[in-house]
Design a protein around this ligand. Sequence first.
Ligand SMILES: [Ca+2]
Ligand SMILES: [Ca+2]
Length: 219
Amino acid sequence: MIRLEKGQKINLEKKNGSKLTDFCVGCNWGAIVSGGFMGFGKSVKDVDLDLSCVMFDDKGQLIDHIYSPLYKTEFLSRYGMPPGKVDSLDRALHHSGDDLKGDQDGDDGLDNEIVTVDLTRVHPTVDQIFFFLNNCGQEDFSQIPYASIRMYEGTPQRVKEVFASYDVAAQPQYRGMTALIMGKLYRRNGEWRFSAIGDAFPDRNICETIKRIATDYAK
Ligand SMILES: [Ca+2]
Ligand SMILES: [Ca+2]
């Protein structure tokens, strides 16, 4: 298993010359359960993390996006962003849907939000695809039970190889942080590569993170 350190890159072509086609990004987390004794007096606070991605052309122009359709259009339009959607224009990328709560009964071991990518279907004008995570609530990442993100080859039913993963729960470096730019898929000489980024920020909302990616990461 390859686990990339922050800043490391890999070519997604296999040793035998075959190309990787199925790529996934998944995020698992739990609601915040506090108090309670033997089931009495327990309180559960829902946690709404949002996994999203944005696509850029080779000039660094934002050309497509996947983020929750539940974001208010008035809020998005204040930042010049279009409404949310769960499929890319080329239908190569798909989001499993906005989970607003997190696991309610402890870690189920399953990702609560997943983006699946069929690299063979990505439109030729798409040069870079960035994956990022935001928290919509008041907590920072370090307060969210077992919050973790992984980027892997395979399908949600069959994880073949994990390229990068970040455990953000209980990690001191994620204290105060509410956005994480996880990594990017990008083309070099006609081949897809993956770069692990792993940079966290105290962004207040998804639009601030998209602006940050467009300005500082997409060339
Ligand atoms: Ca969510
Ligand atoms: Ca889960």
